[in-house]
Design a protein around this ligand. Structure first.
Ligand SMILES: Nc1ncnc2c1ncn2[C@@H]1O[C@H](COP(=O)(O)OP(=O)(O)OP(=O)(O)O)[C@@H](O)[C@H]1O
Length: 597
């Protein structure tokens, strides 16, 4: 019912049209039955009294009426299909759009990380997108049949009201029992078991997992596991279906008895032939009151709505606690200050930063060094507002980040993380999404090409078979794949688009790890040039990259343990100097040159 209310409120006019079509779909067969009964009644008199008699005229009118009803039925059916399809598409777009808006509206990553929110988010994202339009299809199947069943009951009532009432009651009881049986069997199948089985089969089929699945020889294991999971679903289904069969059998026996009783009474009474025909047609039609056609689709489609509403509720509550209204564009002009910032990921129990203090002057470049897990990425997530400190403040030109409007703050920040997205879209979109509001402008291709040149990605674009229109995915028709290093240059070009679009802070979290040392050095030389005047934060395990930053900090144990230029840190002869020397030795022996201890 809730899902129907959501549907009707979202598209009141289309919903009203659907109801109109359903009512017509039910009315035409009832009128048809009444006309046939009338035809049978007048037929003998018309045959007796000749072609010019009133009875013959009556017969012709009945025939014309039948022809009109048949035509009207076809027209209604065609209109019904148009309305059903339009409502289906609109509703799908509406509900999936609500999930996307809710998931993105959260702003921070809490909805994926906090256990009380993550499970609900995952469920909503997983379930809500799965053909919510089935609700419309189900209603479009079920309601016309129910309406036809009701119209048939009216026909029976014109002959005998008690017969209509008793038959109606019995058929409704049968319908309810069938529905209860179906619900019981669906409860098991729709949710987690199906999800688990579908995850298993996806492991075997996803391209990004294909190498590992083959190398570890998982094929047999996966198909066995999938087979077991499916067999379990089917066994549970069969078990669930057995329950409730006995009361159903009793009800069906009652249907036979009541129908037989009504027919016996009708043959004994002095009903005319027309009334008997009407009664029989009505009795036949009343069985539609118990029809289950469309029920599973309705259940399936309607089950999407509560999870979407729940996600919206959670996110709206959460979003208001984390977003302010102060304008962020143009900031920072002075500084970013971490003041006594304490942060740990929800659920982990581990404190990553304990009263961290750090000032980043606007317009400077900061390099961050630290061992794996020291909190480098976490620091940039706090800076970009993706995570919120448990205590302490992050001040942007003296204003608490929480007081800034988060949407405009995000526009001020361009960040490329280690796990940046490989969009299965055109090269144009892959770069242009850095400044999404410019994507529709006619000058966008020129801007994209400029960013590509700056990121050293122009040669990659030049080699694409359809230029910027080429889809960067081998999975899609005429799409191409890129190497890890080529993807990184594309991602860099995207971040430079964001800078062109007005971003004042650029965060690069090791997006060049797959480039060779020389290519990386080349990119960073350009990068520092291009970002001079902007605030940039670079995380890298390579000293050849990090040493180019005017200021470098070492993160250790949730604190800044060293702070200075490359030369100053070498002179201080601390952790940085030790790590640098170790890497320099490896580098000179042509080995891996990552920061590692
Ligand atoms: N979403 C998360 N939920 C829980 N713990 C997390 C999450 N992300 C990171 N962590 C943990 O927080 C700590 C800091 O992680 P972070 O990614 O910031 O380190 P890092 O210095 O960037 O490491 P690396 O050099 O390996 O990239 C690690 O112990 C990590 O396991």
């Amino acid at each position: 019912m809730l899902a129907v209310v959501v549907l009707a409120r979202a598209f009141p006019r289309w919903f009203a049209l659907l109801i109109g079509c359903i009512v017509l779909t039910a009315i035409w067969p009832a009128i048809f039955a009444a006309l046939v009964a009338h035809l049978i009644t007048v037929l003998p008199a018309a045959a007796r009294s000749g072609p010019n008699s009133p009875a013959a005229a009556d017969l012709v009118s009945a025939l014309a009426g039948i022809a009109l009803v048949l035509a009207a039925q076809e027209i209604t059916r065609a209109a019904y299909e148009v309305v059903r399809w339009a409502l289906y598409r609109r509703y799908e777009e509406h509900l999936i759009g609500r999930v996307i808006r809710a998931a993105l509206g959260a702003g921070t990553l809490d909805i994926f990380e906090r256990s009380d929110l993550a499970a609900k988010t995952d469920r909503a994202v997983r379930i809500a997108g799965l053909e919510p339009g089935d609700l419309v299809d189900g209603l479009s199947m079920k309601w016309p049949l129910q309406a036809q069943g009701l119209a048939a009951a009216v026909l029976v009532a014109t002959v005998s009201t008690p017969a209509a009432a008793i038959l109606g009651l019995v058929w409704i009881l049968v319908g309810n029992r069938l529905q209860a049986n179906m619900r019981r069997s669906d409860q098991f199948t729709w949710e987690d078991a199906v999800h688990a089985a579908s995850y298993t089969h996806r492991i075997g089929l996803r391209q990004e997992w294909a190498k590992e699945v083959r190398i570890f020889g998982l094929t047999g294991w996966l198909s066995d596991r999938y087979g077991c999971q499916t067999a379990r679903i089917l066994a549970e289904l069969a078990k669930a279906r057995k329950v409730g069969q006995r009361p159903l059998a009793v009800l069906l026996a009652l249907v036979v008895v009541v129908n037989a009783a009504v027919i016996a009474l009708a043959t004994r009474s002095d009903l005319g032939v027309g009334s008997v025909v009407l009664l029989l047609q009505g009795m036949l039609g009343m069985s539609l009151l118990a029809d289950q056609c469309g029920d599973d689709l309705i259940e399936y489609g309607a089950s999407r709505v509560p999870v979407v509403l729940e996600l919206e509720h959670l996110v709206s509550h959460h979003a208001t606690t984390h977003s302010g209204t102060a304008r962020a564009s143009g900031r920072p002009t002075e500084s970013i200050v971490f003041e006594e910032v304490t942060f740990g990921y929800p659920e982990s129990g581990r404190v990553i930063f304990d009263r961290l203090n750090l000032e980043i002057r606007a317009g400077t470049s900061l390099g961050i060094v630290g061992l794996n897990g020291a909190g480098k990425t976490t620091l940039t997530k706090l800076l970009t507002g993706l995570e919120v400190p448990q205590s302490g403040r992050i001040l942007i030109d003296g204003t608490d980040l929480r007081e800034l409007d988060q949407e405009s703050w995000r526009k001020s920040v361009a960040a490329i993380f280690q796990d940046f997205v490989h969009y299965e879209m055109s090269a144009r979109d892959n770069i242009g999404l850095g400044a999404v509001e410019q994507l529709a402008q006619p000058t966008i291709d020129g801007e994209i090409e400029r960013s590509a040149v700056r990121a050293g990605a122009d040669a990659i674009l030049g080699a694409l078979p359809h230029g910027l229109d080429t889809t960067l995915s081998p999975r899609l028709e005429s799409g191409v794949d890129l190497s890890g290093g080529q993807w990184q240059r594309i991602a860099l070009a995207r971040s430079l688009m964001a800078v062109q679009g007005g971003a004042r802070i650029l965060v690069l979290d090791e997006p060049t790890a797959q480039l060779d040392g020389r290519a990386e050095a080349d990119i960073y030389d350009r990068f520092l040039d291009l970002t001079s005047g902007l605030t940039s934060v670079v995380i890298s395990h390579r000293f050849s990259t990090i040493r180019r930053s005017s200021r470098i900090i070492v993160l250790d144990g949730g604190q800044v343990t060293e702070d200075g230029s490359h030369e100053q840190l070498l002179a201080a002869d601390g952790t940085y100097a030790r790590m640098f020397r170790k890497q320099a030795m490896r580098f000179s022996s042509n080995a891996e040159e990552d920061i590692d201890d």
